[in-house]
Design a binder for this molecule. Structure first.
Ligand code: GUN
Length: 292
């Protein structure tokens, strides 16, 4: 069994980007600039956005964090997105999800200029991804593809079972794994809450991607010997022994599943770090469209 080390791979991606920033600076060109919008005080979202902003600084990108009260009106949020769309200094825009219930997420995503949509959530970019045109790939599935690539994990002809059909992870993951590319060329089964024979399907999987958001959901009896196991879950479990009062666990029962797997991602230290690395790559690409 080998651990897929998100720390190592994300550091490699970030080092490449930092080098590119150094080159841009040497040529007196503009460095990439990411704008992140955070609405409210969801603790997980706070952590994710803080990591994104910090990672920008680490590699020499500019970032701007716009924070709004949970009660912000939809109109005010949309107006701010318009300002970012029109601001030539901003290359990439992300709105951290989830948003408060009174705000229509779809409207907000649709308001982002597709050329600045570094999350790859805008319907224009989703459509491009599905038909294989160059575009921004949603950061989590993109990060997973970078991880598979880094470790040279064979995917051609393999059966991948993706658990969870969210727009952010499961659905784009199923598209990427099935397309004619390397990594890719998998036979993909996209499973969800209405799937009746999940265990049976998982036992046939050469690659499992767990993205349901339920702690320790994938147990050892669901995993074939030698499977590649990618754990997207970042679940907070109360733990009084921790200073923070919680610990993070994935969607996979790591201790039981790891001995059966050929490769497995840990939580933390796996996919989460790759998500940020992939977002930074998207932001670099957004900027270079203008730089070139
Ligand atoms: N919430 C959970 N994952 C993500 C992500 O990748 N991007 C944004 N914007 N919000 C999220």
């Amino acid at each position: 069994m080998q651990i897929l080390d998100g720390k190592l791979v994300s550091a490699a991606v970030k080092a490449q980007l930092a080098e590119k920033v150094t080159e841009l600076k040497a040529l007196d060109k503009k460095v990439p600039h990411l704008a992140a919008i955070l609405v409210g005080n969801n603790p997980a979202s706070e952590t994710y956005v803080a990591s994104k902003v910090k990672s920008c600084a680490e590699i020499g990108f500019h970032s701007t964090l716009l924070r709004f009260d949970e009660k912000i009106s939809e109109k005010h949020l949309l107006d701010n997105i318009t300002l970012l769309n029109e601001n030539a200094d901003i290359d990439g825009i992300l709105v951290q999800l989830p948003l408060p219930k009174h705000i229509n997420e779809e409207l907000v995503i649709n308001a982002i200029d597709p050329s600045k949509d570094v999350d790859g959530f805008h319907p224009t970019n989703v459509g491009k991804m599905v038909i294989g045109l160059p575009t921004y790939i949603p950061a989590t599935p993109y990060g997973i593809m970078l991880m598979l690539e880094h470790y040279n994990i064979p995917t051609k002809g393999k059966h991948a079972v993706v658990i969870g059909r969210s727009n952010i992870v499961g659905t784009p993951m199923s598209v990427l794994l099935s397309r004619n590319a390397n990594p890719g060329n998998c036979t993909v089964t996209l499973t969800h809450s209405q799937t009746t024979n999940l265990k049976e399907l998982c036992l046939q999987a050469d690659i499992i991607v767990a993205a349901i958001g339920r702690p320790n959901f994938v147990t050892a009896d669901m995993v074939k010997e030698g499977a590649v196991v990618i754990d997207v879950g970042i679940n907070r479990i109360e733990d009084a022994s921790k200073k923070s009062g919680f610990r993070l666990v994935g969607d996979v029962d790591f201790n039981a599943v790891a001995p059966k797997s050929s490769f497995i991602t840990p939580v933390p230290g796996g996919v989460g770090l790759m998500t940020i690395a992939a977002l930074l790559k998207n932001t670099y690409n957004a900027a270079s469209q203008k730089v070139n």
